[in-house]
Design a protein around this ligand. Sequence first.
Ligand code: GLC
Length: 456
Amino acid sequence: MSISMTRRHFMQAAAAAVLSRFSSGAVAESQVTGGSFMRRFGDGRDWFFEKRFGMFVHWGIYAVGGWHEQHMFRKKLSRAEYLPMMKQFNPTKFDPDKWLDIAEQAGMQYITFTTKHVDGFCMWDTKQTDYNVTRTPYAKDTLAKLADACHRRKFPLCLYYSLADMHHPNYPAAGRSYELHTPEPGDQPDLARYIEFVKAQVRELCTNYGVIHGFWWDANVIKYRDPAINAMIRQLQPKAVINNRGCDDGDFGTPERDWDASVNTKLAFEKPIEACQAVGYQSWGWREEEDYYSDAHLIRSIQKVLGKGGNYLLNVGPKADGTISAESAAILHRVGKWFSKVRESLIGVEPAGALTTNRDIVLTRRGDTLYVHLIKEPETCSVFLHPLTNQPRQATLLNTGKPVTCDVPDLPRLHSQTPDRCLRIKHLPVNERSTAGWVVRLEFDKLPLSICPAER
Ligand code: GLC
C-alpha cells in the first residue's frame, strides 16, 4: 500500500487530523479531532454543523388537493383552474407548536418551511402580490405564526423559496419543468422585472420574521445567476446557510432522495451537504393516498448521510387543516425513537470509513470509540471489520443496550481476503429482531486514525 493511496483514503475520509507517524505497518497513530472534521464557516452559520437533523415542511394551498405539491404543474392547470385551492385554504387547526413538538420528539433540531412553491402561492403576508395566505379564508400569516413559535423555542427556522413561479405575470414561462406551457393572456414575461419581484420578496422574508437560519432555493429553471441575491441574504441574515439551488453556489449541496450516488459511494462528504428526503415516496406535499417509505429505508438513509458528515432534512407535508397526518407523525415518532437510542453515534462524531474495507457498514468515531452502522440487511450474524485487528474493551448494541461479543479469529480464507484475520462482531441477534438502524459501539483503548485499506 503506497503513501499516496494512504493519503487518498485519508482525504476521502475528510479527517482533518494530521496524518502523522504513518508506518508501513498499515496503522497510523494520531490524534482524532473530536468531531470537528468538517471545515467550519467560522461565523454565525456554524449552527449548521451542530444541529444536523431537520424537518422539511412542504405546505401550501396544494394541500387542499391532497395529491402533490406540484398539483398545478403536474395536472397542467391554468391559474383559474387552480384558484379554488386558494379559496378553500382554511387551516383552522394549524398550530406550529404541534409541528415543533413532533419535530423535537423525532430528534430534529431545525425546520425548513416552503414560503413559496412552484405554484407561486406565498405563505406569508407579502406586499408584492395578493396571491398570498392573508387573502385566503384563513387570512392569517402562516409564516409569522411559525416564526414566532420557532423564536420562542429557539428552534432555527430556514426558508424554502421556489424561483419557478406559475403565477407571476412577469415570469418567463416557456413550458419547462415547473412552468406554465406558455404565458397566460395578459402576462408580460420580463425576467428583469421578475427578478426585482424575487429580490423584494427575499428582502421581506429576511427582514420581517426575525432571525432566519437558512435560505433554501429551489427550481431555478431559468438558470439565473446573480451573486447579489445571496449577498443580500447574508447581509440581512448572517446566520443563514444558503443551499446550492439558487443564483450562485451557496454554502451546501442538496442530494435528494436516493438519486445522488455520492451518498452511497463516498466515505465522507468533503463539502457541507444536506440530504433531503420525504416520508412519502411520491410527494413532498400532503398526499392522501401516499406510499410511505419503510422505517428501515428512512433510518438507513439517515445513518448513511449523518454518518458521512452530512445534514439530513426529512420532509412531511401537513394537511390542508394545518395538522401533520397521523401516519407522518407516527413515522417521525418511530424514527425519533430509534434516533434517541443511537444519537451519540451520529452527532458530534466523525466519519471513520477509512478504518475498514467493509462497505456494508458505515463507521463513525469519537476519540477511541467506534460506531458500526449496519446500513444493509446483514447476511450473517457477524460483521467483519477488515483489516482492523484491534480488540475493543467493550462492545454494545446501542439499539438494545446489550453487550455483544467480538474477537479476532483466524478466518478460513474466503475469496482470498487479505488479511484473513480481522475484528469480528459476532453472534448478533439477527433472527430475533429487525436489524434496521443497528449500531454497535466499540470502545477501544487506542484506535488508529486510519489504516487506509486498499479497496477490495
Ligand atoms: C423535488 C420536487 C419539488 C420539491 C423538492 C424538494 O425537486 O420536484 O417539488 O420541492 O424536490 O427538494
